[in-house]
Ligand binder design. Structure first.
Ligand code: NDP
Ligand code: HSE
Length: 441
């Protein structure tokens, strides 16, 4: 067996500590699979004095000098499990330019400035692997960047945030409101103390950008992704979805299409949407992730598993470590970023979707016709209409009714303009909810 490959581990929190543990527990197997033993050169952390339990590693390996560790000539592979944009970007760019292989779980950095990392990898002739950055343990990025490179991917639809999937699943199961379900997610350790990145869709948007870049051979960044979170989803929305045989999920959707000028382009978006219970993603509950890929020759493919958690994410990190170490020993590196297609990203207004609109209206002659007229004016076709009485409304204005309208597919801008005009109708008392509907048409 050859001399050891030396690893610099940046970060030893939820994911990093499990990486260290698995490296220790599986050292013999990993060495056999790679053809050389792995050795930890150092572990960079923020707080040297932090209690790290019974981690099987010599205390003198810990350092707060991440820069020194990354620059050390004695390091072959840098594993970054710190997170955030800086200083992680500078560390990784330096490592890649120096020809060191990098394995990272940092979706925020890849979505914000993946270009700098890919360029540095190309400059340094180094490997950049990031399987753990999207959907945790699920082998997904390698299939997209290798196995499916002979095919043409048309659409990727995914549940890529476990925290929000837990919250929406709890709302669906118990009828709880968003705040109550978030509280439960926090108590059980799914949601972080500051849940903004998850519930406002930032985490899913970063993952959507990474998925779209790989699926469509195009650089897509977080800023290109239309993003809406789940904070506005109400118990009434969930009940309404149920009444339609649907459930609500926070979806990331990356799709090929044509722009207004007829050029091939992509749209990338993250938002809550109703999906029929028959959709493959509808049964993905709890904090699980799943991604549904539609490829031209392969057809539909479904990837499912744990999208977060220390051990699950460390599994993906170690898979990458084995791959980059094998490459080093063979004297090769993985193909560089594939961004040759360079497709334009369509604005959200041009994305094709369907709307579910719930309106509180006056129950009198001509109201349905007036409402339908607004849809017609924007060239939006109505698929179904349901009306139910909703109790007595203020004196002198007749009896309220609830109108639930589901549209056929139309550009998002036309649907949004329709809803805006509905607000101006005298007979419309309020718009109780507007949700997109995906799948099933
Ligand atoms: P944690 O917050 O648990 O751990 C972060 C680690 O980074 C800690 O060990 C911390 O040190 C160290 N650190 C922070 N700042 C510095 C610094 N300036 N210099 C050196 N070390 C520093 O994060 P996670 O393990 O949860 O996440 C790590 C990465 O993995 C992130 O990019 C995240 O998005 C990604 N990821 C996480 C998943 C998860 O389930 N947690 C799932 C998929 C991806 P100290 O211990 O001293 O505080
Ligand atoms: N906060 C993320 C989630 C962790 O809930 O899915 C994994 O990226």
């Amino acid at each position: 067996m050859t001399s050891p490959l030396r690893l610099a581990i940046l970060g030893c929190g939820t994911v990093g500590s499990e990486v260290v543990r698995l490296l220790h527990e599986q050292s013999a197997d990993l060495a056999a699979r790679i053809g050389a033993p792995l050795e930890i050169a150092g572990i960079a952390v923020r707080r040297l004095g932090r209690d790290r339990g019974d981690l099987p590693v010599a205390p003198e390996l810990f350092t707060t000098d991440a820069v020194g560790l990354v620059k050390s000539d004695d390091v072959d592979v840098v594993i970054e499990v710190v997170g955030g944009i800086e200083p992680a970007r500078s560390w990784l760019v330096d490592a890649l330019r120096a020809g060191k292989s990098v394995v990272t779980a940092n979706k925020a950095l890849l979505a914000e400035d993946g270009a700098s990392l890919h360029d540095a990898a190309a400059d340094g002739g180094a490997d950049l692997y990031y399987e753990a950055a999207v959907a945790g343990a699920i082998p997904l990025l390698r299939p997209l960047r290798e196995s499916l490179h002979g095919d043409r991917i048309n659409r990727v639809t995914g549940i890529v945030n476990g925290t929000t999937n837990f919250i929406l699943s709890a709302m669906d199961a118990t009828g709880a409101g968003f705040a109550e379900a978030l509280e439960e997610a926090t108590e059980l350790g799914y949601a972080e103390a500051d849940p903004t990145a998850d519930v406002e869709g930032f985490d899913a948007a970063a993952k959507a950008a990474i998925l779209a870049s790989l699926a469509f051979h195009t650089r897509v960044g977080a800023a290109d992704v239309h993003r809406e979170g789940i904070t506005e989803v109400t118990a009434a929305d969930v009940a309404s979805a149920k009444a339609m045989g649907c459930t609500i999920k926070l979806l990331c959707i990356a799709a090929r299409g044509t722009d207004a000028a007829g050029r091939e382009s992509v749209s990338v978006r993250v938002h809550p949407a109703m999906i029929p219970l028959s959709h493959p993603l509808a049964s993905v509950g709890d904090a699980y992730n799943a991604v549904f890929v539609e490829a031209e020759a392969a057809g539909p493919l479904m990837f499912y598993g744990r999208g977060a958690g220390g051990a699950a994410t460390a599994s993906a990190v170690l898979g990458d470590v084995v791959a980059v170490c094998r490459n080093r020993l063979a004297g090769v590196h993985a193909p560089s970023e594939s961004a040759y297609a360079d497709l334009a990203v369509r604005p959200m207004g041009e994305a094709l979707t369907r709307y579910h609109v719930s309106l509180d209206v006056a129950d009198r002659p001509g109201v349905l016709a007036a409402v339908a007229g607004v849809f017609a004016r924007h060239d939006v076709s109505i698929a179904t209409v349901r009306q139910a009485p909703a109790g007595t409304e203020p004196a002198g204005r007749g009896v309220d009714a609830v109108l639930v309208i589901v549209t056929h597919t139309a550009p998002d801008a036309a649907l949004a303009a329709t809803v805006e005009d509905l607000r101006g109708l005298d007979a419309v008392r309020s718009i109780a909810s507007v949700l997109r509907v995906e799948g099933g048409e």
